[in-house]
Design a protein around this ligand. Structure first.
Ligand SMILES: NC(=O)c1ccc[n+]([C@@H]2O[C@H](COP(=O)([O-])OP(=O)(O)OC[C@H]3O[C@@H](n4cnc5c(N)ncnc54)[C@H](O)[C@@H]3O)[C@@H](O)[C@H]2O)c1
Length: 245
C-alpha cells in the first residue's frame, strides 16, 4: 500500500486512532492535515496540524483550503473524531438534551462537515476515498445506555452508504470501520488496570483488547487502492466479539 504523492485530511488526529492513522499515512508517503481540539502532539514528516473544533464549519472549510494550498490536492478523508462522555451521555430519559446535541454535533455532524468540504476537492483530484469511524455499538443496544453516542455511531453507517452511492460516479469511495473496545485516550478508565484488562480480554475471541494500530491497519487498507472495489462497506475490527452468539 503506497500513499506516495497522496494527500489526506484526518479529523480527530490529536491522539488515539486518528494520530496513529495520520502517522502511518505519513510513514507511507502521504502528506497529512491533522485536525483536533487538542494541542499538536509530537509528529514528524510532511504534515500540517490545525488546532480547532471540527463542529465549526468555518474551521473545517479553512482546513480543507489550507490542505490544498499546502499540498496541492486532497485524496483521502478519515473521520476519527469522537467523544464518549460516560458521566453525561446516558439514557434518553435522564440525560441533558444539550449534551445530546453536543455529542451528535461532534460524533456525527462533524463527519458530514468534513465530507461536505472534502468532496469537491476529491472530485478535482479525479477521485478519493474516505473512512469514517463508527463503533460496534452501532450494531446493538447498550445495557448501560449511552444513547447519544450509540445514535451517532448508527447514523454514521447510513451516512457513509449514502456518500458511497452519491459519489461513486466521481470515483470517491466511502467506508466505515466498526471498532470494538480499543486502548486509547477514550478508554483512559482501563489505563494501568491490568486485572480489568485481562478480564475484558477474556471475553474477546482473539484474547486481547484492540489497539489503535489494529484500527489504523484497517483504515489504511480501506483507503488504499487494494480496496478499489470496496465502497459503502463496513469492516468490524473487534477481535471477534460481535461474532459471538
Ligand atoms: N477507543 C474505543 O474503545 C473506541 C471503540 C469504538 C469506536 N471508537 C471511535 O474511534 C474514534 C477514535 O477514538 P479514540 O479511541 O482514538 O479516542 P480519542 O479520544 O483518542 O480520539 C478522539 C479525538 O477526537 C478529538 N475531538 C473531540 N472533540 C473534538 C472536536 N469538537 N473537534 C476536534 N477534535 C475533537 C479528541 O481531542 C481526540 O483526539 C472515535 O470516533 C471513537 O468514537 C473508539
Amino acid at each position: 500500500m503506497s500513499f506516495t504523492g497522496k494527500v489526506a485530511l484526518v479529523a480527530g488526529a490529536g491522539g488515539g486512532m486518528g494520530l496513529n492513522i495520520a502517522s502511518d499515512l505519513i510513514a507511507e508517503g502521504a502528506a497529512v492535515t491533522m485536525l483536533d481540539v487538542k494541542p499538536a502532539p509530537e509528529i514528524a514528516g510532511r504534515h500540517l496540524y490545525l488546532q480547532g473544533d471540527v463542529t465549526d464549519e468555518a474551521f473545517v472549510r479553512d482546513g480543507v483550503a489550507k490542505t490544498v494550498a499546502a499540498f496541492g490536492r486532497l485524496d483521502y478523508l478519515v473521520n476519527a473524531t469522537g467523544v464518549l462522555w460516560f458521566d453525561r451521555d446516558k439514557s434518553l430519559v435522564e440525560m441533558d438534551m444539550d449534551v445530546w446535541d453536543r455529542v451528535l454535533a461532534i460524533n456525527l455532524k462533524s463527519f458530514a462537515l468534513t465530507a461536505r468540504h472534502a468532496i469537491p476537492e476529491m472530485r478535482k483530484a479525479g477521485g478519493g476515498a474516505m473512512v469514517h469511524i463508527s463503533s460496534t455499538q452501532a450494531l446493538r443496544g447498550d445495557a448501560k445506555a449511552q444513547d447519544a453516542y450509540g445514535a451517532a455511531k448508527g447514523a454514521i453507517r447510513s451516512l457513509s452508504k449514502s456518500i458511497a452511492i452519491q459519489f461513486a460516479k466521481d470515483r470517491i469511495r466511502s467506508n466505515v470501520i466498526l471498532p470494538g473496545g480499543t486502548l486509547s485516550p477514550m478508554q483512559a478508565r482501563w489505563e494501568g488496570k491490568t486485572e480489568l484488562q485481562a478480564a475484558i480480554a477474556g471475553h474477546i475471541p482473539l484474547g486481547r483488547i484492540g489497539t489503535t494500530q489494529d484500527q489504523a491497519n484497517a483504515v489504511l487498507f480501506l483507503l488504499s487502492d487494494k480496496a478499489s472495489y470496496i465502497t459503502g462497506a463496513e469492516l468490524i475490527v473487534d477481535g471477534g466479539v460481535t461474532a459471538l452468539p
